[in-house]
Design a protein around this ligand. Structure first.
Ligand code: FRU
Length: 522
């Protein structure tokens, strides 16, 4: 916000000086353009259509809730450094999940601790007594002194704060904490939803290697009702989410329990997973052996849904933190660290007996599409340049491909410095992949320069990939969102070329494939 204010301040002074020193017919619009084209959000590695903080450290999205035409995005933020530190909830709002306005920090740490991840709800019926339609944030306090003293495990507990001015300012509840620590070291990240069928609030939090559920009539008094976990799991669970969702093309409602896992994601490090089941008012009833991944890339963590969203009951908007704790604190952006994924619409599909989520970019992303260039349908048996004009570090690439005749479909995004990212589909192994081994800067972590794969379990004779390229990320949505891979990359210059590289046989690009320019949002 400060930077934005400064920008407008400079703009006003500039317009005043300019209008005084020029003839009345001077082209005032030009002066506006000059300021608009300033260096704001133009640093190396700065994504142009993803949310990122103006400066300093960001991790998980928090408190996502819709109210009066605004989607709120709070997030874990440390305003004094580009590495993790005392956590605050910073704040941004959007009317379309694509264009964001930065607002001042919403919740500051205090004597009870740092403000860790959590959620927000709209209390339509004033159950908590803070006011009708109060926005109530439910978050974890992390008592850093308690942790450092090493004498007990009880330094994380849950608290609430309310806002009567649409999230601009919050008042912390004087009765905090509302859920004291029962003796569990990792006890955090409460996600609260209104359980319509049982007229109660439900809270799910991560307790080391499982989720614990609580219910409440008023957001203040909570009763623990159940747990859900995988027998013998030794991985740390974080940032759970719970929501009902209507199965696509049916009347059936299922419940989805999302949980982020701090190690051993499908391609290493941190990743977001989910279970599909039912909710009986007290228990999540699901098969713990059926853990699925929301995203097979390495960079979609702590993904959670928007509460109170106006979207249909079979489409849930979600966003995740586009990084991985393996290297998040050492990635080469200098003034800020990390971005969010693009916002996605999640839907649930049933095939045979299996329920799986699909993720696609929110429809509103189409607003960013500029010129589109059709890729001529053609069979390629040798390397071919598909595009040089339409890419400038950011683009949407829509590919429809026939699987007959080749065993590996590979595309290469590259720059003039010889840096490149490969992506595609390996027919023999039935794996999508993104290979960022030579993507650009990678010396900051030995775990970064790797090929990531996503095994698929469905059959198809054609494949479809929608790839969103930004200056420091690639998001691949394959087969209408059935397989998703999100990877950050750090090319030292933007990628400007797309090539197709068939191996052993030919690859047929089908009608409907194209490359589109994408506008930035900053
Ligand atoms: C996940 C996480 C949460 C915690 C927050 C602290 O990335 O570790 O479990 O609340 O980050 O910033």
């Amino acid at each position: 916000m400060k930077l934005i204010e400064y920008r407008y301040y400079v703009l006003i002074i500039f317009i005043i000086i300019f209008s005084q020193s020029c003839e009345p017919s001077a082209p005032k619009m030009e002066s506006v353009d000059t300021v608009e084209n300033s260096d704001y959000y133009k640093e190396q590695y700065r994504n142009q259509y993803h949310f990122s903080p103006e400066a300093n450290w960001m991790n998980d999205p928090n408190g996502m809730v819709f109210l009066d035409g605004e989607y709120h995005l709070f997030y874990q933020y440390y305003p004094d450094s580009t590495v993790w530190g005392p956590m605050h909830w910073a704040h941004a709002v959007s009317e379309d999940l694509v264009h964001w306005e930065h607002l001042p920090i919403a919740i500051y740490p205090d004597s009870l601790g740092y403000i860790f991840s959590g959620s927000a709800v709209i209390d339509h019926d004033n159950t908590a007594g803070f006011g009708h339609d109060a926005m109530i944030a439910i978050y974890t306090y992390h008592d850093i002194e308690g942790e450092r003293s090493g004498t007990s495990n009880t330094f994380q507990y849950q608290a609430i704060a309310y806002s009567l001015d649409k999230g601009r300012t919050f008042t912390k509840y004087e009765g905090n904490p509302v859920i004291p620590n029962p003796g569990i070291k990792d006890f955090r990240d409460p996600k609260v939803i209104w359980d319509e069928g049982n007229s109660q609030w439900v809270l799910v939090l991560a307790a080391y290697d499982k989720a614990i559920f609580y219910t409440s009539p008023d957001l203040k008094a909570w009763t623990m009702v159940s747990e859900f976990g995988i027998e013998g799991d030794t991985r740390l669970w974080e940032c759970p989410d719970l929501f009902p969702i209507k199965v696509k093309d049916s009347k059936e409602i299922k419940w989805v329990l999302v949980t982020s896992i701090q190690k051993e994601g499908p391609n290493g490090g941190t990743a977001t997973s989910y279970f599909v089941g039912d909710w009986d008012g007290k228990k999540f009833i699901g098969d713990a052996s059926q853990q699925q991944w929301l995203d097979y890339g390495t960079d979609n963590y702590a993904a959670v849904s928007w509460a109170n969203s106006p979207s249909p009951s079979d489409e849930i908007p979600m966003i995740g933190w586009m990084s991985n704790w393996q290297y998040a604190q050492v990635v080469p952006s200098e003034e800020w660290r990390s971005a969010m994924t693009i916002a996605r619409t999640i839907s649930l599909h049933k095939e045979g007996d299996k329920y799986s989520l699909r993720s696609m970019p929110v429809e509103q992303m189409d607003k960013l599409v500029g010129k589109s260039y059709a890729i001529s349908p053609k069979a390629y048996s040798t390397t071919g340049v598909i595009s040089k004009e339409s890419l400038n570090g950011q683009a949407r690439i829509d590919l429809k491909l026939s699987l007959s005749g080749a065993n590996n479909i590979m595309f290469k995004l590259s720059n003039d410095k010889g840096e490149f990212t490969l992506f595609g589909y390996d027919i023999d192994s039935k794996q999508y992949f993104i290979d960022r081994t030579k993507a650009g800067k990678s010396d900051f972590s030995s775990e970064f320069a790797m090929k990531h794969t996503a095994q698929i379990d469905y059959v198809s004779s054609e494949i479809e990939m929608i790839v969103y390229l930004d200056h420091a990320s690639i998001e691949m949505f394959a087969d209408q969102g059935r397989t998703v891979m999100t990877d950050v990359v750090f090319p030292t210059e933007p990628y400007t070329k797309l090539e197709i590289i068939p191996s052993e046989g030919s690859v047929e690009i089908l009608k409907g494939s194209n490359i589109s320019e994408l506008k930035g949002v900053w």
